[in-house]
Write a protein that binds this ligand. Structure first.
Ligand SMILES: Cc1cc2nc3c(=O)[nH]c(=O)nc-3n(C[C@H](O)[C@H](O)[C@H](O)COP(=O)(O)O)c2cc1C
Length: 204
């Protein structure tokens, strides 16, 4: 079993990454193989709306998002982590979300994976990003795990928040247990979703 954590903070060693490492350690403690991917220092470009991926199943943009898409496909559970920038997720988080159009729409390839969320704000504005990631998890027919919404401003300040650090650890363990539960979205309805519409339209 593989649990992937995607930290969408451009700040290396920041609070989101710190909580993500803790969550992945929790998952590892319950027997999962874990992988951390961070956008820090990476080339993360936005979707250009060409929609060619609906036919090819691949995104043509040659940047570091490709590695993230590949890792998402290979994971059983994915934790999406983002700092709050102006009351929402970071530009990098949104770019990754949009670019998964290439792997999500065509054949529901994210279905049945477990999704968890970590969001960190300095002091205000957590909910929109958490809500957006939950809609994303739902529309992709993933199983929702808990979210962590934490407040911390300076780099590393989250380490002082023992409760949030513990919650992150437990989120990792919860991801493993949800994957183990073998939950599956009913096939009958998967076939009727947006993915099915796209597949019919393009004869896939
Ligand atoms: C461009 C920018 C916008 C921000 N906007 C908000 C905000 O709307 N609300 C808030 O509470 N904190 C805001 N912050 C603070 C960050 O959310 C906070 O420092 C967080 O810990 C950063 O996470 P990281 O260490 O994982 O990068 C902002 C920071 C930056 C750089």
């Amino acid at each position: 079993m593989k649990i992937l954590g995607i930290s969408c903070s451009p700040r290396k060693g920041g609070n989101t990454e710190t909580l993500m490492v803790e969550a992945l350690e929790g998952a590892r403690s319950d027997g999962a193989e874990v992988e951390l991917l961070s956008v820090a220092g990476k080339d993360i470009r936005g979707c250009d709306g060409c929609q060619a991926c609906l036919k090819t199943g691949e995104c043509h943009i040659d940047d570091d998002v490709q590695e993230i898409l590949k890792a998402m496909l290979g994971a059983n559970g994915i934790i999406f982590g983002t700092p709050i920038y102006f009351y929402g997720m970071t530009a990098q988080a949104k770019a990754i979300m949009d670019r998964t159009y290439a792997i999500g729409m065509r054949g529901a390839q994210l279905s049945n994976k477990v999704g968890g969320i970590i969001a960190v704000a300095g002091g205000v504005g957590l909910m929109d990003a958490i809500k957006d990631w939950y809609f994303y998890i739902a529309i992709n027919h993933m199983a929702p795990a808990s979210y962590i919404g934490a407040y911390a401003g300076e780099r590393g300040a989250i380490k002082e928040k023992k409760r949030e650090m513990k919650m992150a650890w437990e989120l990792g363990r919860q991801m493993v247990q949800l994957v183990d539960s073998g939950w599956r979205f009913p096939e009958e309805f998967t076939k009727r979703g947006l993915g099915a519409y796209v597949a019919k339209k393009y004869g896939l």
